[in-house]
Design a protein around this ligand. Structure first.
Ligand code: ZN
Length: 336
């Protein structure tokens, strides 16, 4: 991971008025689909790992999962002509040990420390602590001020607390966060852009206040899956450089698998009469007259369909934030 390159990527994006979706993964299918889509669009790629995704990948062991996902991203990314970065998404004080290892082993380029549920003072203190831990490695820190409504992974909030622009300045000054996640009306999980009151005025005020204080840092928007393209464009114009994307790809994944299995049911599921005798795979394979078709039940087949659908979705979404064609990859060896 090259945190300096990530810093440069955000700096350029903010300067030139485009952004990046930061995409959550928990397995290789989503990752490979993203790598393919982003490469084709010549956009650099930000991958996110949440504590829940780390637990999933590590069969309950978050550290094992974090290492697996980090190495997987790094190894697969070697074959694609773009820069790829990993961010830890919504890590809290409960994951301090994991954060420490992620820094020591340089598993990531940036870390979101989410202490937004704590008081302002505690949020400053915790965010600053992580910043100081990460600084020797140059790893970037994203902190959050305000609360984003909804449920994502292991984080949930019933109510939204919008970010105060003046507090944002003090918060960034004291925490020394490199990126600031703001709460301006978006929601985690499934939400509909048409029903959301997006406080673009607050985003604008936060950005302007920070710039006026000499803190021209990239802002982050969570809960963007339901936002309309025009809402995204507007937010980018107010200093949002990183837009988190998780739920959207989860849905695409589920829909792709659903469509695939539904259109090949008869090749996988036995007819009702046999089904009634027994559903034991052993029986179906050895004694039944009916046979399933490996061309369809092999998990690699549905996985390829999922990867392709993720790739197509990524290619569409990249156009919304304007990162296409902006990759800073240098074929002479400038990336990893
Ligand atoms: Zn989030």
């Amino acid at each position: 991971m090259e945190p300096d390159a990530l810093r440069e990527i955000y700096r350029k994006a903010k300067q030139q008025g485009y952004g990046f979706f930061a995409n959550n993964i928990a397995d290789t299918n989503t990752l490979i689909g993203l790598l393919k889509g982003y490469s084709e669009k010549k956009s650099d790629l930000i991958i996110q790992i949440s504590p829940g995704a780390a637990a999933f990948a590590g069969d309950g062991d978050k550290l094992v999962g974090l290492r697996i996902l980090s190495y997987t991203v790094r190894e697969l990314a070697r074959n694609y002509p773009i820069r790829v970065f990993i961010n830890l998404d919504h890590f809290t004080v409960a994951e301090m040990e994991l954060i420490k290892v992620a820094i020591e082993e340089e598993l990531v380029a940036s870390i979101m420390i989410d202490a937004s549920a704590e008081s302002f003072e505690e949020n400053v203190r915790i965010s600053r602590t992580v910043k100081e831990m990460a600084e020797p490695m140059g790893i970037l820190i994203e902190a959050e001020l305000g609360k984003i409504k909804g449920v994502e992974d292991e984080i949930s909030s019933d109510e939204a607390f919008l970010t105060d622009p003046d507090e944002a300045v003090e918060f960034v000054q004291r925490s020394r966060a490199d990126l600031l996640a703001i709460s301006v009306g978006t929601e985690h999980g499934v939400s509909k852009g048409k029903d959301i009151t997006l406080r673009t005025d607050i985003a604008k005020a936060i950005d302007q206040s920070l710039i006026a204080s000499g803190l021209d840092i990239p802002l982050v928007l969570h809960g963007t899956s339901g936002l309309l393209p025009e809402q995204i464009t507007e937010m980018i114009s107010y200093g949002i450089c990183k837009l988190n994307k998780d739920t959207h790809y989860q849905y695409v994944y589920g829909q792709a698998a659903h469509d695939f299995y539904l259109s090949h049911t008869s090749s996988i599921v036995p007819p009702n009469t046999i089904m009634k005798q027994t559903i034991a795979a052993d029986h179906i394979f050895k004694t039944s007259d009916w046979s399933p078709c490996k061309d369809y039940f092999d998990p690699r087949v549905v996985s390829k369909v999922v990867r392709e659908r993720i790739k197509e979705t990524a290619m569409e979404l990249i156009e919304q934030v304007g990162s296409a064609g902006k990759s800073l990859f240098d074929s002479t060896g400038g990336t990893r």
